[in-house]
Design a protein around this ligand. Structure first.
Ligand code: CP3
Length: 349
């Protein structure tokens, strides 16, 4: 039996700001190193191996769904593989994170970037979505697809890896607006078509991760990032599913992010949901925003903060409980289980 009925599903109803029986919850990075099942898979495989073998990606996607009463699954993938199809050479270095061996630095580098169709370069994730749907449908759990936003993708493409200050990418943006426009146009095409293909493969909702947009001054965000995220979302719209925008450190950008046209806006823990609701108005759902560190604290300390998130969200429809960023590797599994159960019980209408 089963299948996900978008009309009655709790997570999808909350995305549309319709009343729900209890607040839905899922967690960014809900599949990952804090779970023993995931660590066991990682002993045999690298992260890109897990992502590129659809049966394995499907298995990892299901791990947190089997362990907790989560209201949505997110496909196991990463924001960086789309850069490989564009011509960049990607590696995950043990203990250090992602490394791009041939980062984009010049106009010629940007012009060389390809924009292959997702069916050509990301078929493994599209297949993982189809496989995961088969496993999730009988459980009644919807599946989220995702992509990086153009600015966050550009950060990795230009910096060549994780970077604290984003000095190289921001200098390129400030000095060479014409080159920047070509780069960001290509990235918005790739991200938008990838999201659309994920919806066509069966994703019930799509999330755009702009993890580093909070590093931009509002005027730079408005000119150099927002139009491209907007274009990404416009392309993905044809998929006909709710679209979630997520950013970190967005307290100074919320009104601008409201202009992007997402159905749901992810908020980090530095802004209260009451303040976010005030600034964004009632035509958008909110997702968030527990401090990820709270999952390391005692149950008493964690429960108080979970309740505070529910209190700040209030009774109005359109709240999806999540963290303000991803689950950390050192989080105790038991805290995740208790959090998920608590949110359902404490928010039951
Ligand atoms: O949320 C989920 O459960 C789905 C899977 C998912 C991963 N990455 C798997 C992953 C998602 C949604 C992402 C998104 C992602 N990837 C973002 C945006 C969200 C954010 O965290 O800000 C970013 C910036 C990346 C890039 C990335 N991937 C980095 C910087 C790293 C290394 C840092 C780290 O935590 O090790 C990764 C690796 C990665 N992607 C892991 C996972 C589970 C950990 C890898 C491992 O198993 O060693």
């Amino acid at each position: 039996m089963g299948g996900v009925d978008p009309q009655t599903n709790r997570f999808l109803r909350a995305c549309r700001r319709e009343p729900v029986d209890a607040t839905p919850i899922w967690l960014m990075r809900q599949a990952g190193r804090y779970m023993a099942e995931y660590r066991a898979m990682r002993e045999k495989w690298g992260i890109l191996d897990l992502i590129k073998q659809p049966e394995l990606a499907c298995e990892v996607t299901l791990q947190p769904i089997k362990a907790f009463e989560l209201d949505a699954a997110i496909i196991f993938a990463d924001i960086l593989p789309p850069l490989e199809g564009m011509g960049l050479s990607l590696e995950f270095v043990k203990g250090e994170g992602p490394l791009i061996h041939n980062p984009v630095r010049t106009r010629e580098d940007v012009e060389r970037l390809r924009t292959p169709s997702p069916g050509e370069s990301l078929a493994f994730t599209l297949e993982a979505i189809r496989l995961s749907r088969r496993e999730l449908d009988p459980r009644g759990v919807p599946l989220i697809g995702f992509s990086g936003a153009p600015f966050t993708l550009a950060s990795y493409a230009v910096e060549g890896g994780s970077s604290r200050q984003l000095a190289t990418v921001k200098t390129l943006m400030m000095e060479e607006p014409a080159t920047w426009d070509i780069l960001m146009s290509k990235l918005s095409t790739v991200a938008g078509e990838y999201l659309l293909a994920q919806a066509e493969a069966g994703a019930h909702a799509l999330q755009v991760f702009d993890s580093w947009c909070g590093e931009l001054a509002p005027a730079d965000y408005r000119q150099f990032a927002l139009p491209y995220t907007k274009r990404t979302i416009e392309i993905a719209r044809a998929g006909g599913v709710p679209i979630i925008h997520f950013g970190v450190g967005t307290a100074g950008l919320l009104e601008l992010i409201g202009e992007i046209g997402a159905d749901v806006i992810g908020i980090d823990w530095r802004t209260t949901l009451t303040d976010a609701r005030h600034r964004l108005g009632s035509n958008v759902a909110l997702q968030g925003n527990l401090d990820p560190i709270a999952l390391l604290a005692s149950w008493d300390a964690l429960r108080g903060r979970a309740q505070a998130v529910l209190d700040y969200a209030g009774d109005a429809p359109g709240h999806i409980f999540n963290l303000g960023h991803g689950v950390l590797p050192q989080v105790p599994v038991d805290n995740v289980k208790r959090l998920v159960d608590y949110v359902h019980t404490a928010s039951a209408r």
